[in-house]
Design a protein around this ligand. Structure first.
Ligand code: DGT
Ligand code: MG
Ligand code: MG
Ligand code: MG
Ligand code: MG
Length: 268
């Protein structure tokens, strides 16, 4: 096909191919969710409808896009990890990131009703995205550990903060002052000695966030089979299917990774 004289503008596009052999992480974060949470009356500190919708949208991203092996989410953010050998969209960062962000955003709106029922969505939410490359399994695990540690630090703080207000009758300023400079152990102690709350017994979704991975599950269905010279029969047929499974467990230690050795590829 003959080229038009306008064709040269294509050469203005910059190359954003992600370095080979690296895990490609796309992290999304809700835009101005401080306001979004207020306007939609999210429960404080954790709204299970909102967290459920985030995970549902992340599941849709994993099911619709290729080569995401693990995703981790907490609060208004979700990280998606493309396997290090992916060739999807020629590893172009902008393509990968925008597909993740748009699939996630449209799913968030599409599934809103499943989680919020008749409560209306007041305006279209947005999510920012960024791409980060991690060359080694250690780097990738440290990245995910960083996000889970962030989840823990924020959730412990928010749990004590809102308990002081909701159960202790403090104002937000008083609660802030009470917590200024306190260590994690002191926050745990406030919850335990003043409110009879053992932080470790709080919901795992809130303490650990949500990890999504692909797992093989055996699925048994009943099939009608007719063999020659025999009556038609119902027989159980088992086949192995890949499904996205959710975990709310520690992913900082080794146990999760030992139990799911297929998530990471070998470093060598
Ligand atoms: P950004 O990301 O810079 O556009 O601004 P924000 O406001 O989204 O800030 P960010 O992402 O650092 O913090 C997340 C906000 O979302 C934070 O203000 C608390 C709110 N949020 C997230 N999950 C929940 C929830 O389950 N309940 C409530 N009440 N708020 C939540
Ligand atoms: Mg922010
Ligand atoms: Mg945000
Ligand atoms: Mg955030
Ligand atoms: Mg197109």
């Amino acid at each position: 096909m003959a080229k038009s004289k306008f064709e040269y503008v294509r050469s203005f596009e910059t190359d954003d191919t992600c370095l080979r052999n690296c895990y490609i992480v796309v992290r999304l974060d809700g835009r101005n969710f401080h306001k979004f949470a207020e306007q939609h009356q999210f429960a404080k500190p954790n709204d299970d409808r909102a967290l459920g919708l985030m995970s549902r949208s992340a599941r849709s991203v994993m099911e619709e896009l290729e080569d995401i092996t693990i995703a981790y989410g907490q609060s208004d953010e979700f990280s998606f990890v493309f396997k290090r050998t992916t060739t999807w969209f020629k590893r172009r960062a902008s393509k990968l990131m925008t597909h993740v962000a748009s699939q996630f955003s449209s799913s968030y709106v599409f599934y809103w009703k499943e989680f919020f029922g008749e409560q209306p969505l007041l305006y279209p939410p947005g999510f920012d995205g960024r791409v980060v490359l991690y060359p080694t399994n250690r780097n990738l695990r440290d990245y995910l550990s960083w996000r889970q540690a962030d989840c823990h630090i924020n959730n412990l703080y928010n749990t004590v903060f809102w308990t002081l207000i909701q159960k202790g009758g403090l104002s937000t300023t008083q609660a802030e002052n009470r917590l200024k400079g306190t260590l994690a152990s002191e926050k745990n102690e406030i919850l335990f000695s003043e409110f009879d709350i053992n932080y470790n017994n709080e919901s795992a979704v809130h303490r650990k966030g949500t990890t999504l991975i692909w797992e093989k599950r055996n699925e048994t269905v009943s099939k009608r089979i007719k063999r020659p010279n025999e009556e038609e029969q119902q027989v159980p047929v088992t086949r192995s299917r890949k499904k996205v499974e959710a975990y709310h467990c520690d992913i900082i230690g080794d146990q999760f990774w030992e139990e799911h050795p297929d998530v990471l590829e070998d470093d060598t």
